[in-house]
Design a protein around this ligand. Structure first.
Ligand code: AMP
Ligand code: MN
Ligand code: MN
Ligand code: MN
Length: 283
């Protein structure tokens, strides 16, 4: 079995991941990853530390980000790859998204207190972005839920007492910020939105119209059939293909970045136009 040694979708403690940037790189190096993108939600704060650790470990590093977008009432994630992390417009946009996250966080804390669940205010004090994941972990620590999944299901999704909708960017804005910073815009984990075939086509069409470049064809948890369907979807819409584990934390069933299956042969890899592109697979 060949192994893909690109991993273009990962998270650290700066968003909702468990590892710091240097630990993430160390884990990825041990797993045989050769090209890694850090794509924290709505922040690039981990980029410098990750880039330095990657250089020391001999991993090629790709600066990235994962932006939250609202499309037709649905939250969709757009990954930006190979970005200029100092781009002024992108930095302003990320700042605004983090402020929106803080406002939503305060509203969630108030809603939970009003429901008699206690004061989760300390969750807002962290250095990285404020995510529902952090509220979920607080609910688990307080004994209100058995695990994260339970906390999301009962309290933090539409209809739950702690749910507050995010004020995210539009698809057009997110793609424009990424391209303005010299990057590639990738529609992340397309199967995770649980859309019908027709609605997914609509989303992909809207993404293409907004100027999007690639579809995440390989991600953790997809079987060969699903990967094949996404590869055809990308091909039909003239999109390149990306691959990333969406690594957040070490789990018994999904330990590390790396180990993803290769892209199907009908795909144009998103990295085909990057300088010094490495071959996709090791023997
Ligand atoms: P947010 O961007 O703050 O709304 O939080 C969304 C993040 O929560 C996603 O990026 C996932 O990492 C995580 N997440 C979403 N749904 C669940 C779930 N049901 N169980 C555990 N984690 C989840
Ligand atoms: Mn996440
Ligand atoms: Mn995502
Ligand atoms: Mn992600």
């Amino acid at each position: 079995m060949t192994k893909l040694y690109y991993d273009l979708h990962t998270h650290t403690v700066w968003s909702d991941g468990e590892l710091g940037p240097a630990s993430l790189i160390a884990h990825a190096a041990r797993a045989g990853v050769r090209v890694l993108a850090l794509t924290d939600h709505d922040t690039m704060a981990g980029i410098d530390e990750a880039a330095a650790a990657a250089q020391a470990a001999g991993i090629r590093f790709v600066p990235g980000v994962e932006l939250s977008v609202t499309w037709q009432g649905l939250t969709v994630h757009i990954v930006g790859l190979a970005l200029d992390a100092g781009d002024a417009r992108l930095c302003r946009a990320l700042e605004a998204l983090r402020e929106a996250r803080l406002r939503r966080g305060r509203a969630m804390v108030s809603a939970l207190a009003a429901a008699g669940l206690g004061d989760a205010g300390a969750v807002l004090e962290r250095d990285g972005i404020v995510s529902r994941v952090h509220i979920a972990d607080w609910l688990v620590a307080q004994g209100h839920a058995r695990d994260r999944t339970g906390a999301f299901k009962r309290f933090l999704t539409r209809g739950g007492v702690g749910y507050v909708a995010g004020e995210w960017a539009s698809l057009g804005e997110a793609v424009a910020w990424i391209h303005g910073a010299g990057g590639c815009a990738v529609l992340a984990h397309p199967t995770r939105y649980r859309l019908s075939g027709g609605r997914l086509q609509q989303l992909v069409r809207a993404f293409v119209e907004a100027g999007g470049a690639a579809l995440e064809v390989v991600t953790a948890g997809l079987d060969v059939g699903e990967i094949g369907r996404l590869a055809r979807l990308a091909q039909r819409h003239g999109l390149c293909a990306s691959a990333g584990s969406d690594f957040h934390k070490a789990l018994p069933w999904r330990l590390l970045p790396g180990g993803l299956p290769g892209l199907p042969p009908n795909c144009t890899p998103v990295w085909h136009s990057w300088p010094e592109a490495l071959p996709q697979e090791i023997g």
